[in-house]
Design a protein around this ligand. Structure first.
Ligand SMILES: [Fe+2]
Length: 188
């Protein structure tokens, strides 16, 4: 816990007093049924997508037009519906929604630096190909770095404001994830 006074250079021109209070956070791991079957189908569908690199990620559709037909996402969203319904039940949420989804393929030494996601209350990552358990997502929370404890076929869900990164791919095999942003509506 700490406090500091921050003098704004613009805006209202007043001193703003802030005090940060730490609270606990969490992540959820959902196990996807029939991962092997889903994996083979999804990888084939992803292979049909145009290839495009972004920074240190060898292949991703992140920059592709939102209107581009993504058959793999259509299939994937159907498969994760039971997991999303289960999470909603735990949250006592009446409704959930996925805003956007994309794939990322990390080849040797590929990585994704610290970042968080906007316009969603949760971020989700499905480990479609995970050659090494040390290459899951790292989360930064309350000054600590936590490596998500997951294996291939798991879906991790965590609050979207949490800074996270994909560490360098240290293996010779490819790591593939499908990431998406979601909202679980509570009390509405
Ligand atoms: Fe992310």
């Amino acid at each position: 816990m700490f406090s500091k006074t921050w003098n704004t250079e613009s805006g209202f021109g007043n001193d703003v007093y802030m005090k940060f209070y730490k609270i606990n956070s969490f992540y959820i791991i959902s196990k996807m049924k029939n991962h092997k079957k889903i994996k083979s189908k999804l990888l084939k569908l992803i292979d049909k997508m145009p290839t495009s690199s972004l920074d240190k990620i060898s292949n991703t559709d992140w920059s592709l037009a939102k209107e581009y037909k993504r058959e793999y996402l259509h299939y994937f969203y159907k498969k994760i519906t039971p997991c999303m319904n289960e999470i909603a039940k735990e949250f006592k949420s009446q409704r959930w929604e996925i805003h956007n989804g994309w794939f990322q393929q990390y080849r040797k030494q590929d990585s994704h630096p610290w970042h968080n996601h906007n316009n969603a209350n949760f971020t989700n990552v499905y480990y479609l190909e995970l050659p090494n358990k040390k290459m899951t997502t790292a989360l930064k929370c309350n000054g600590s770095i936590v490596n998500v404890e997951a294996q291939e076929g798991d879906l991790v869900t965590f609050p979207a404001h949490i800074f996270h990164r994909s560490q360098p791919n240290i293996s010779d095999k490819q790591k593939t994830v499908i990431a998406f942003n979601s909202d679980f509506y509570m009390g509405q």
